[in-house]
Design a protein around this ligand. Structure first.
Ligand code: NAD
Ligand code: ZN
Ligand code: ZN
Length: 346
């Protein structure tokens, strides 16, 4: 089968032919209908050889949707042809966190060498994808595969982040979204669907700010050195009850801290390497700073339910598997508006 692989440190990913996977006992083989392109893959492909955490070649793709193509021995509850979304942050399934469905925080994944598809084991940018356990599949139940696939990360990750801050996003509050790309433009819609907060979007690109407004941001502000003052002004000087940074570089993290309200939440989702020091007098009183990872299995079900209600619509542009390297190139250049989605079977 064809697959998009990251093969050489520092080189672009390549479309290659690899052996067709076959499901072993307990496994499920998916025919991939859609695979999402995440900025985290670009981060992975920028890491140096020294300390690189995954084996190469690596088939990319940690957002996946497909139809069941074959069932390994002993698998029940699924049938060939079922349309499903993949829950990506695989865990052991039995530790205390996994028992809560929080496999993203599995206590034993490192020790057992368990990795998400596309982030350590073969991912969804291929014609077929092997799933280790049926619990990592959620029924699509009528959702369109292209529209749904980004929800498995670009939807689930902001959903989890926002859910933590819901008690603070009361009427009259403000939520700030920094970086309105794949994750950020979904975050704006989730905030509008789940809260009555005023949503202020920040980005460096006018085109992304137009998308932010189109998907529901009340205010859109250019992300520069004056952005923090602009947001403070919008909030009458009080700042925002919740700030979500989907970039995470030093300047955005600084802006995030500078626009937080007393008792506000600052959530750093972007993996740009920025950090926000916490100490007395450094931030408004009782600001909480956290850096979450992905979301739980039940939260994926919740995001898909929300999408089924019509509250979230992901802006997508589609590419064939042969053109997948181009999708990464365009994402790297900041030219993808919304989420790029690869269609391995056209
Ligand atoms: P994306 O490229 O689609 O979006 C990033 C957006 O940030 C773009 O719109 C870009 O114009 C904007 N941007 C860049 N510099 C900016 C600045 N200085 N100020 C404001 N906006 C700026 O990326 P994505 O796929 O949405 O991913 C966003 C980030 O989240 C990445 O760092 C990714 O690795 C990370 N991520 C983290 C998790 C997690 O679990 N923590 C999960 C998925 C993605
Ligand atoms: Zn991702
Ligand atoms: Zn576990």
């Amino acid at each position: 089968m064809k697959a998009l692989q990251y093969r050489t440190i520092g080189a672009p990913p390549e479309v290659v032919t690899v052996p067709d996977p076959e499901p072993g006992p307990g496994q499920v083989l998916l025919k991939v209908t859609a695979a999402g392109v995440c900025h985290s893959d670009i981060a992975v492909m920028s890491w140096p050889a020294e300390g690189f955490p995954y084996e190469l070649p690596l088939t990319l793709g940690h957002e996946g949707v497909g139809t069941v193509a074959a069932l390994g021995a002993g698998v029940t509850g699924l049938a060939e042809g079922d349309a499903v979304a993949v829950y990506g942050p695989w865990g052991c399934g039995t530790c205390a966190k996994c028992a809560e469905g929080k496999e993203n925080y599995c206590l034993r994944a490192d020790e057992l060498g368990i990795r998400p598809p596309g982030l350590g084991r073969p991912g969804s940018m291929a014609e077929y994808l092997l799933i280790d356990d049926p619990r990592h599949l959620v029924p699509l139940d009528g959702l369109d595969p292209v529209a749904a696939v980004p929800l498995t990360d670009a939807g689930l990750t902001p959903y989890h982040a926002i859910k933590r801050s819901l008690p603070k996003l009361v009427p009259g509050s403000t939520a700030v979204v920094i970086g309105t790309g794949g994750l950020g433009h979904v975050a704006i819609q989730l905030l509008r669907a789940l809260t009555s907060a005023r949503v202020v979007a920040l980005d460096v690109s006018e085109e992304k700010l137009r998308l932010a407004r189109a998907v529901g941001a009340h205010e859109a502000v250019l992300s520069d050195a004056k952005a923090a003052d602009a947001v403070r002004e919008i909030t009458g000087g009080l700042g925002a009850e919740a700030v979500f940074d989907f970039v995470g570089v030093a300047p955005t993290v600084q802006t995030a801290g500078a626009v937080a309200a007393v008792e506000g939440d600052v959530t750093l989702v972007g993996i740009g390497g920025g950090s926000l020091p916490v100490g007395f007098g450094m931030l408004p009183f009782e600001v909480s700073v956290n850096a979450p990872y992905w979301g739980s299995r039940s939260e994926l079900t919740e995001v898909l339910n929300l999408a089924r209600s019509g509250a979230v619509s992901v802006h997508t542009e589609t590419y064939s598997l042969d053109d997948a390297p181009l999708a990464y190139e365009r994402l790297h250049e900041g030219r993808v508006n919304g989420r790029a989605v690869i269609l391995p079977h056209g």
